[in-house]
Design a protein around this ligand. Structure first.
Ligand SMILES: [Zn+2]
Ligand SMILES: [Zn+2]
Length: 147
């Protein structure tokens, strides 16, 4: 009888063990907010925590690699491939003026039909003092680089 080869999932690159707990924490928080009832909230608002947590997780991976240089390129690429961070968003963070960008949808003018740029992208200095900044897409309260 031929032995059935079980498809083993590829082992994560070295260094993963050190960050696994933090990533697990993000995963748990995501699970919590996804399970949380959206009663009484606008559909957009229910998604805010999801955006915020995935943003924080992407930022965590970004910092590990680019700021703290704490992980290898191999592990970094692997994390992107596994969906632990948003490669497209990180690509923006590397550009001047987008270092703090909250989410890609806030710069996709085609989705914001009534304005070209999301309010959260406008520097605080250019807004009236009493203006409450809260983007409808992700609940961002301002992510202009100069803030
Ligand atoms: Zn924003
Ligand atoms: Zn956003």
């Amino acid at each position: 009888m031929p032995r059935i080869k079980t498809q083993r999932t590829k082992k994560p690159p070295t260094g993963f063990a050190e960050i696994e707990d933090t990533l697990l924490e993000f995963a748990n928080r995501l699970k919590d907010v996804e399970l949380a009832s959206s009663d009484g909230r606008r559909p957009n608002e229910a998604l805010w925590p999801v955006f915020q947590i995935t943003h924080q997780r992407s930022r965590y991976v970004y910092d590990l690699y680019y700021t703290r240089e704490a992980i290898s390129t191999e592990l970094y690429q692997w994390l992107l491939k596994q969906g632990y961070a948003d490669a497209n968003l990180i690509a923006k963070w590397k550009k001047q003026g987008y270092e703090k960008l909250c989410c890609l949808r806030c710069i996709q003018s085609s989705e914001n039909t009534f304005r070209a740029t999301c309010i959260c992208r406008v520097p605080k200095a250019q807004l009236p003092d009493d203006k409450v900044v809260e983007c409808v897409t992700c609940g961002c309260r301002g992510c202009a680089s100069s803030d």
